[in-house]
Write a protein that binds this ligand. Structure first.
Ligand SMILES: [Zn+2]
Length: 239
């Protein structure tokens, strides 16, 4: 669907968006990019391999948090199927990336699909990251696949994820066991409903039985009375 590079960049974009404070996987999570909270290595630990220094400056953290807000905004607009708003956010990111060019990947032929590129090798890691995510999101938009940027439908979870399934059926993030929690909850609800139904059925059958036995008793008495009446009638006849 997307190139391997784009797929891994989209996963990175979701990871970045999900570092924001909020409900994730059923519990309230703090800001994971908060350098002031004693997490000076927040960036390299969250985005390993992106060339961030162990102890990024507060300015770098602020820049990445702004990027995170932009990416999360595009994601929410896409998940809400508001393509215009998503494209507006994407265009702001592309503008910041600078001139975009189409290039052929290494070792390609004339028939290979070109890829989008932007920025320079000497860009700071936060700039390079912003450019990489902008290009990946642009590829999603160009392919008409913005609705693949989804938000977890799990209870108390607002995690972003990319739905790469063939039939667009993914509903839960992979990070927080949300699918499993939802299945357990649905199972328990089903069991509870079954228990209520069974209870009602038992009550119904008990009252039905007592009704039946009442009904069964009445004709009996009636028959006996009839019997007596018949007998007395016979007696009367003999007399
Ligand atoms: Zn989730």
């Amino acid at each position: 669907m997307f190139s391997a590079t784009t797929t891994s960049r989209l996963a990175l974009a979701a990871t970045l968006a999900n570092t924001a404070p909020g409900f994730r996987g059923g519990r309230q999570r703090p800001d994971r990019l908060d350098g002031a909270a004693g997490l000076p290595s927040a960036l390299p630990s969250v985005l390993p391999g992106w060339g961030f220094e162990e102890d990024p400056s507060n300015a770098t953290l602020r820049t990445v948090r702004k990027l995170r807000a932009n990416v999360a905004g595009i994601w929410q607009d896409a998940a809400a199927e508001d393509a215009d708003a998503a494209l507006e956010g994407l265009n702001a990111l592309l503008g910041a990336a600078g001139p975009v060019r189409a290039v052929l990947p290494e070792g390609s032929t004339v028939r290979s699909p070109a890829i989008l590129a932007a920025g320079h090798e000497e860009d700071a890691p936060e700039k390079a990251l912003s450019t990489a995510l902008a290009l990946a999101l642009a590829e999603v938009a160009l392919a008409g696949e913005l609705t693949r940027l989804r938000t977890c439908t799990g209870e108390d979870c607002s995690n972003a994820f990319v739905d790469l399934t063939r039939n667009r059926s993914k509903q839960f993030c992979d990070e927080a066991n949300c699918a499993n929690r939802a299945h357990v909850k649905a199972y328990r609800a089903r069991r509870a409903a079954e228990a209520v139904t069974a209870d009602q059925a038992e009550k119904a059958s008990t009252s039905e039985k007592s009704e039946k036995s009442e009904k069964a008793e009445k004709p009996d008495k009636a028959t006996k009375k009839n019997g007596k009446a018949k007998k007395s009638a016979k007696k009367n006849a003999k007399k």
